[in-house]
Design a protein around this ligand. Structure first.
Ligand code: PEP
Ligand code: MN
Length: 337
């Protein structure tokens, strides 16, 4: 970290900043130029609030050189991380398609959808049993019964499952039934949940909060990793912007940005990003072209009858067509399904 003093800084104020840095266990290297003094601070700055220094008298600027996250950072772990769940590898050469309904709605429904998406090439079956709905009067998910059906569908079709965990008390149950635990956008900064997920040894799919910066997403991943769980898959699912034609705005540029900053795999969710099924395929194609390690897509056998997110769920035929298109794009960027 570098602290740049203002041109008119007094020696007394420079000394105060040096004392503050020393108190914070930094080694301080002072360079005095013709006009300005610059203080180089070497040490562990994790947890440091730079404003503590910025507010000191005569401090012009505080420049952070390393990222505030360490375990999630590529600086400390240059090679890509591959998260393995049974025979599915997320983050390797092979792309991973996670598909299925927004919510598990019944035994036959989830089994039939599993068969359809598996046939088309999806290896991971999605389906929420605990749903974070904006309205308390909307369908809230089937709970444990839904997890059982999801599990049966996965076993019958040789897949792995991903499902959302909404609170810490659900973790023991989720571990029993689910392969990948999803943290939804609304819970990205539920720090006690993230901490508890750090204690388990199952992969976590961490969705970007709808108003979270990329740095906040990586700090959320850091919470899980700080507990010892390094199997974190990030997910760009759209952020809130002033544009309201689509449900959210898919931040495709977050994919290459995250790839540069972090070694963790990142997938995209074009369904929640757009909220409209005719926009899902174009955004899915763009995400793979931008370097995503896979996709999370909502597919429903009969979207008109879906109990949640029907408008953004693909018809089975649309999903099959999308998988074919994605094959060409994957090849063009040196990946395969
Ligand atoms: C979901 O995947 O069904 C979901 C609720 O996603 P998000 O948290 O991104 O809104
Ligand atoms: Mn949904």
């Amino acid at each position: 970290m570098v602290v740049v003093m203002s041109e008119s800084a007094t020696e007394e104020n420079i000394q105060k900043v040096i004392s503050k840095l020393t108190e914070m266990n930094f080694d301080v290297h002072r360079s005095t130029g013709v006009n300005q003094t610059v203080l180089g601070a070497v040490g562990d700055k994790r947890g440091l609030d730079p404003r503590m220094l910025e507010v000191l008298s005569d401090v012009y600027k505080v420049i952070q050189i390393t990222e505030p996250y360490k375990l999630a950072s590529r600086t400390f772990h240059p090679e890509d991380t591959v998260v393995q769940v049974k025979d599915v590898r997320v983050g390797g050469d092979q792309l991973v398609m996670m598909a299925g309904p927004c919510s598990v709605e019944g035994r036959d429904e989830i089994k039939e959808t599993a068969r359809i998406v598996r046939q088309a090439g999806a290896k991971v079956l999605r389906g929420g049993a605990f749903k974070p709905r904006t309205s308390p009067y909307s369908f809230q998910g089937m709970g444990e019964e839904g997890l059982k059906y999801l599990n049966e569908a996965v076993a019958e079709n040789d897949m792995v499952s991903v499902s959302e965990v909404m609170e810490s008390s659900q973790i023991p149950l989720m571990i029993e039934y689910v392969d990948i635990l999803q943290v939804g956008a609304r819970n990205m900064q539920n720090f006690s949940l993230l901490r508890d997920l750090g204690k388990i040894r199952k992969p976590v799919l961490l969705k970007r909060g709808m108003s979270a910066t990329i740095e906040e997403l990586l700090m959320a991943a850091e919470y899980i990793m700080a507990g010892g769980n390094f199997d974190v898959i990030l997910c760009e699912r759209g952020i809130r912007t002033f544009e309201n034609y689509t449900r959210n705005t898919l931040d495709i540029s977050a994919i290459p940005v995250v790839k540069k900053l972090s070694h963790l795999p990142i997938i995209a969710d074009p369904s929640h990003a757009t909220g409209k099924r005719d926009k899902v395929a174009p955004m899915a194609r763009a995400s793979i072209a931008a370097g995503a390690d896979g996709l999370l897509v909502e597919v429903h056998k009969n979207p008109e009858q879906a109990l949640s997110d029907g408008a953004q769920s693909l018809y089975p035929e649309q999903f099959e067509k999308l998988m074919q298109e994605l094959e060409i794009i994957a090849r063009a960027v040196g990946r395969a399904w």
